[in-house]
Ligand binder design. Structure first.
Ligand code: CA
Length: 231
């Protein structure tokens, strides 16, 4: 399976960062926007697997954007979960009428949110199994936070776990440091690019214990890729 990208549209900074953090902890790739205009820009280069959309937004509201997306040929298939503040019955019904796939009512627990997201992804046919990512004899279990290589369960820190999870979901593709920072650490976090190298080295060390370090390849002048093929 590949990893899933979720676009979070929320104007309140604190809630937005919280949502980004929670979703990253559950191994989603997360893109975030503060309003519809920003979200629209993101859609120009990335098609998310799901949009988590706040109902109350400045300028264009969540319900209005839902209506527009569902009317557009390019974006109508992206599932939308609306986030409503008060849980007013009328809002929920209107949201679903407009084509939203589900809604959650603030406040909600991370667990509830994630299970709603998974349910919508499942219904939309995007996932059958969210738990395991396999690459040759490496098996990464996202629910149990466990990695095994050649049947050995290995010790791995959360950051290396996310990095490995990203690479395993995107084999053979080259990513530069900025892209890895965006994808693995998230755009909202400021970290120096050197940090990426540090974690790559740690991950390589882990892989080296099982003679798999050649799979985490440095592409000179560009970045890194995970592949069992030679460059
Ligand atoms: Ca809002």
């Amino acid at each position: 399976m590949s990893q899933f990208t979720i676009l979070v549209v929320e104007d309140e900074e604190a809630i937005r960062s919280m949502l980004v953090m929670v979703l990253q902890q559950y191994h989603f790739e997360v893109l975030a926007a503060g309003d519809v205009a920003e979200a629209q820009l993101i859609l120009e280069d990335t098609l998310p697997d799901l949009i988590l959309l706040d109902w109350m937004l400045p300028k264009v509201n969540g319900d209005e954007w839902t209506r527009r997306l569902k009317a557009s040929e390019n974006f109508r298939d992206i599932p939308i979960i609306l986030v409503t503040a008060k849980g007013e019955e009328a809002d929920k019904i209107r949201g679903l009428d407009l084509g939203a796939d589900d809604y959650v009512t603030k406040p909600f627990s991370p667990k509830e949110l994630v299970s709603r997201i998974k349910a919508v992804l499942r219904r939309s046919g995007k996932i059958h199994d969210l738990t395991q990512i396999k690459f040759q004899d490496i098996i990464l279990d996202t629910t149990q936070h466990r990695v095994s290589i050649a049947d050995h369960v290995i010790d791995i820190s959360p950051t290396e776990f996310r990095l490995l999870s990203f690479f395993l979901s995107h084999p053979d593709k080259v990513y530069n440091r900025t892209q890895l920072l965006d994808q693995v650490w998230g755009r909202s976090v400021y970290i120096e690019e050197r940090t990426v190298d540090v974690h790559i080295r740690r991950l390589r060390k882990i892989l080296a214990n099982y003679q798999r370090e050649d799979w985490l390849q440095t592409v000179r002048g560009f970045g890194y890729r995970f592949s069992d093929k030679n460059i």
